[in-house]
Design a protein around this ligand. Structure first.
Ligand SMILES: Cc1ncc(COP(=O)(O)O)c(C=O)c1O
Length: 392
């Protein structure tokens, strides 16, 4: 999902008469693929090294053991157990490992973001004149928190990160109101690429003046040297961690994500979700991936190695003012000038990154996903060539 807006939608006809007022004010969001859908695609933080698994043999629909004529298991217990085995093998908190009752399985982690807002935030921002509950976000951050809050008519409290992309914890605590139900912490952040230390998450989760939940979005955690907050889930009753198979596992196309949290919260998420949200083809490929984590770990090592090479080369360019530290599979960097023009010309010539210069603290910044060695070479060559052309 991306964060740039299209023009306003048509609000005429039956739809305009019947729709909820906050929905009528929504503008459709452009995803990365709306702008460019071919070439070297380094714009959506996908995994250029490919999927870590495939669906089981599906050439014969009558003999693949999947019984596609039957509905899938609504709770995906086998899949959840495999996720728990893998996460527990990496880190077991002093309070013990996670179990399937700690896990919600959804259509990407985006589904979990929406469901959490629907469960915990009473709407009313538009319908009730600024009333209702709120979420807190820390810009620059992932755009879906905003999107889901707006769809659900929920207020957004923004406490920007510092220019170094760290949380401003005292300001966040100061901004909490009785209506604040969810605080979204993106770690590693998108577009910042920076991990938030677990000590910050503990600090917020232990804050006596906050009665809501901390949602730690760990879409990129497998690329980070900071440990996962899943180790805190069995210790605290107010932390929910979001993870996905879309990034390190290279499975954005199957749409599979997780929320890992206290069983009472996970139970509510299961009560609210559509009964058969995760389909059999998805869970089949997801389970294969979680049984094949050697491939995942190899791809992650390769991407981190490539990330180091791209950082080094970017840092050597005199027109690159800053390359932000990255714990993710992408880099955020600042050029001297004309970042938007640079991005556009490069994309028109087939190398697609993402202009992030309209985000807080991201003036003249571009975000680029780490690709294969060939793709990274093409990106760096094109960047140098186009910048030289447009520089005064
Ligand atoms: C921070 C963050 N969270 C969640 C997601 C969505 O992940 P999924 O594909 O699991 O819906 C993304 C996707 O780019 C992301 O950047």
């Amino acid at each position: 999902m991306s964060e740039e807006k299209k023009e306003s939608p048509t609000t005429t006809g039956k739809a305009a008469k019947l729709a909820r007022p906050n929905v009528l004010t929504l503008v459709p969001y452009r995803c990365a693929r709306d702008d460019y859908d071919s070439g070297v695609l380094l714009d959506a933080n996908e995994n250029a090294f490919g999927p870590t698994s495939l669906p089981s043999n599906s050439l014969n629909p009558y003999d693949n053991g999947m019984e596609l004529e039957r509905y899938p298991c609504p709770y995906q217990l086998q899949l959840k157990q495999l996720l728990c085995n893998y996460r527990n093998s990496k880190v077991v908190g002093s309070y013990g490992g996670i179990r399937p009752e700690h896990v919600f399985c959804g259509v990407g982690s985006d589904e979990a973001i929406d469901i959490l807002i629907r469960i915990f935030c009473t709407p009313g921002h538009t319908a009730n004149n600024g009333g209702g509950d709120a979420i807190m976000i820390t810009p620059p951050t992932y755009g879906m928190y905003n999107v889901c809050a707006n769809v659900n008519d929920v207020k957004i409290q923004s406490v920007p990160l510092t220019p170094d992309m760290d949380l401003r914890i005292p300001e966040m605590i100061e901004a909490i109101t009785p209506e604040t139900k969810l605080i979204f912490i993106c770690s590693p952040g998108n577009p910042t690429a920076k991990s938030i230390p677990l000590s910050d998450i503990r600090h917020l989760a232990s804050c006596p003046s906050y009665q809501g939940l901390i949602i730690v979005d760990e879409a990129y955690v497998d690329f980070s040297s900071e440990p996962s907050a899943t180790s805190l889930v069995t210790e605290f009753d107010n932390i929910v961690v979001l993870q996905t198979l879309s990034k390190a596992f290279g499975l954005a196309g199957i749409r599979c994500g997780f929320a890992i949290g206290p069983p009472d919260i996970i139970q509510l998420m299961n009560n609210v979700k559509a009964p058969y949200n995760v389909n059999k083809l998805t869970s089949d490929a997801a389970m294969n991936a979680l049984k094949n984590t050697d491939q995942l770990e190899k791809n992650v090592r390769d991407i981190i190695e490539q990330r180091g090479l791209v950082v080094k080369e970017l840092e050597s360019l005199e027109f690159v003012l800053k390359v932000y530290h990255s714990d993710a599979n992408f880099l955020l960097f600042r050029v001297k000038q004309k970042a938007n023009e640079l991005y556009k010309i490069m994309a028109d010539r087939g190398v697609v990154s993402r202009f992030r210069g309209r985000e807080m603290h991201c003036d003249e910044c571009i975000r680029v996903t780490i690709g294969t060695p060939e793709e990274n070479r093409q990106f760096l060559d094109m960047l140098k060539k186009v910048y030289a052309e447009i520089a005064e």
